[in-house]
Design a protein around this ligand. Sequence first.
Ligand code: PGA
Length: 264
Amino acid sequence: MKTRNQFMVENLRPKIIAGNWKMHKTTEEALHYIKKLIPIIKSTSEKVYLAVPFTALISVCEECAGTNITVGAQNMYEADEGAFTGEISARMLKEVGAQFVLLGHSERRQIFSETNEFINKKVLSALAVGIQPILCVGETLEEREQGLTERVLVNQIEGSLGHVYDHQLENMVIAYEPVWAIGTGQTATPEQAQEMHAYCRKVIENEWGDETAIKVPILYGGSVRPDNVKNIMEQPDIDGVLVGGASLSPESFGQIINYQTINV
Ligand code: PGA
């Protein structure tokens, strides 16, 4: 049973169910998906976020206008404009209607060698144009086994959020995604996830103060499915989920969003 105080504190933070399509879906497939998802989730009280590929952004933003779906991107580059072949700026995202951007996803860190310093520049650039960054952090299996999880998290959070003021952080989202749980079917137990979420909140508190720490939503990501979302969402420091594989079909993502009202 949660105490009254716990309820009040948790209610300061929005509950967010976010989907990350990664490199999936043409624009045509994306629109087909959105048309199916809208009626499934029309009565949810959760905030629904969808991170879609750049090419589908304009159409998905138009299709979702006036619905309860917030659309965002999966990456961006720090500069406003310039000779950066193949890159997309925060201003460009803003123009097409993106409201948030995933930054520092483990696939970006691992496959594309993104560092905390590089991610930090993107965070600042997104904030400067009013796009909400969702900063992803999380340890690898090797780091966990070596007892380095906390050190990795503190480095990622502090390193990626340099020069971010408390009022800016209050409008951001953090996603804790243990790398060993992403796309592997191996979810962290709700207790393991809670422990790390509480730790991330502590790191924020130490650096930005408790008033900020209490307000920042921290999402869990890593093999979230319709059958495990409820237990995850019950944890006091877990304010939502970031879903990859199970967000690819509107039916399973809809079940995750509607976890409070359906039994799987
Ligand atoms: P997954 O991916 O749900 O497929 O594990 C999560 C993520 O990468 O955000």
